[in-house]
Design a protein around this ligand. Structure first.
Ligand SMILES: *[C@@H]1O[C@H](CO)[C@@H](O)[C@H](O)[C@H]1NC(C)=O
Ligand SMILES: *[C@@H]1O[C@H](CO)[C@@H](O)[C@H](O)[C@H]1NC(C)=O
Ligand SMILES: *[C@@H]1O[C@H](CO)[C@@H](O)[C@H](O)[C@H]1NC(C)=O
Length: 405
């Protein structure tokens, strides 16, 4: 009996370890889907879209957490949709390399997104340098040529939940850099965005119709809004962001449509604006809408030579079509500005130009100090001013320029 059991142990123990090792290796091989194993080539000419899609399909069909891995090389990839739902909700897209978009002339002119994640749950995009190659399209648009496409957004998430985007660098998007649309629980962290200040519609991050989105530690230099916030955004938190050049952080444009979801519970904290066209802006078309803005806090904000540091504009009507002589239906209420310091590049540092039919209400200003800094050479310091139209609210503590509320 004793001898028999001993023999069994001699055989079973090593066998056990062999099985564990084999299983671990199999699972591991399944886990990491390296795009090169699916045919991606960093040779400067191959379009690796289908390889990326195959790697995605492998990760998406996996019943256990899985990674799509992009090595530290440069891959060209065309417009691609990474589509869910998947069999697991822990997919990591680890990008050590560079993804390069084709020139706009080589892309579908109707493509709205370059890299789109649609209907996914639990996806993390970590790292990577996304080169949107927008330069030739900027030139096309700037020359007012007919037939320039609008261009695609670089990285978009639609109808997705539990998303992390971390340490991604996006350069020269053809249109917006990052879009979060109809999503829940999204964290964008350590994002860097770069595009020339004259590039058209290259918004840094656009958030719309989404719930619980956080943007932390971002550096955004671009040609349009740093962060734009569309209808239906709720529980948005933005903290430690450097904006500029660009057009600042904007809630809106709203009132584009009559039937529109409201924007609710937005916090923007510890943001530095440098040489931006606007700082903190709420913007709506001057026309009817059922939308609203309610519960916004802007605090600990630094303005460096910003053209319109604080700006509520409810009479947005850029091409004078479909809005002149109408009033915005957007009700703006409970908006607080606390500890806003720095310099304005124009004399009107605070401008509240609200709707005649839905005046702004419960606007609160607390500890504001904005000075008017003219051209540096002139060394002139004239007092900054504020402008109020159809607005109700209170000013607490020192407020400079003097409040007109
Ligand atoms: C999920 O797994 C099932 C069973 O293996 C498979 O048939 C299906 O295609 C997978 N789904 C996705 C989205 O890959
Ligand atoms: C171009 O994109 C549009 C919109 O996404 C799509 O409907 C169309 O099928 C695409 N055309 C080609 C040739 O891929
Ligand atoms: C507002 O949003 C924050 C997250 O940005 C959340 O923690 C907080 O609970 C929300 N407040 C309300 C009243 O929903």
């Amino acid at each position: 009996m004793v001898r028999l059991r001993k023999t069994a142990n001699y055989i079973l123990l090593p066998l056990f370890f062999i099985i564990v090792t084999v299983v671990a290796l199999t699972v591991n091989a399944h886990y990491i889907n390296n795009v090169e194993h699916f045919g991606a080539k960093a040779d400067g000419k191959t379009d690796s879209s289908s390889a990326f899609l195959k790697a995605w399909a492998a990760s998406c069909s996996s019943m256990v957490p899985s990674t799509v891995y992009v090595p530290r090389k440069k891959y060209t990839i065309g417009e691609t949709v990474f589509e869910g739902p998947c069999n697991n909700s822990a997919i990591t897209f680890q990008i050590d390399g560079v993804l390069i978009a084709p020139d706009y002339k080589q892309m579908n002119f109707s493509a709205q997104n370059w890299l789109l994640f649609d209907q996914v749950d639990g996806v993390s995009v970590i790292g990577g340098f996304l080169d949107g190659r927008g330069t030739s399209l900027y030139a096309c648009k700037a020359s007012n040529q007919q037939g320039c496409p609008e261009g695609p957004t670089t990285l978009a998430f639609y109808t997705s939940n539990n998303i992390l985007v971390q340490n991604v660098i996006s350069m020269n998007a053809k249109l917006f850099h990052i879009v979060v649309h109809s999503c829940k629980n999204v964290l964008l962290q350590g994002i860097k965005i770069r595009a020339p200040d004259e590039s058209l519609n290259t918004d840094g991050i656009h958030i719309q119709n989404s719930f619980n989105v956080k943007v932390l530690n971002a550096g955004i230099k671009t040609g349009d809004d740093c962060i734009s916030i569309g209808p239906g955004t709720q529980n948005l938190w933005i903290q430690r962001v450097a904006c500029g050049p660009g057009h600042g952080i904007s809630i809106g444009s709203l009132a584009h449509d009559l039937e529109e979801e409201g924007v609710q519970n937005v916090t923007v904290k510890t943001v530095v604006f440098t040489e931006t066209q606007n700082g903190l802006r709420i913007k709506s078309w001057g026309r009817p809408s059922k939308g609203f803005v309610k519960g916004v806090v802007f605090k600990h904000i630094t303005m460096n030579n910003v053209y319109n540091p604080i700006f509520i504009d409810q009479n947005y009507c850029p091409i004078k079509e479909g809005c002149p002589d109408q009033h915005s239906g957007i009700q703006i209420s409970q908006v607080t500005f606390v500890d806003i310091q720095g310099t304005s590049a124009t004399q009107v540092a605070m401008k509240f130009d609200c709707s005649e039919t839905s005046p702004c209400k419960d606007i609160k200003l607390q500890n504001i100090k904005l000075t008017y800094q003219q051209e540096k050479q002139q060394q002139l310091q004239e007092p900054a001013e504020s402008f109020c139209k159809n607005v109700l609210g209170v000013a607490l503590g020192p407020v400079l320029p003097p409040s007109c509320l």
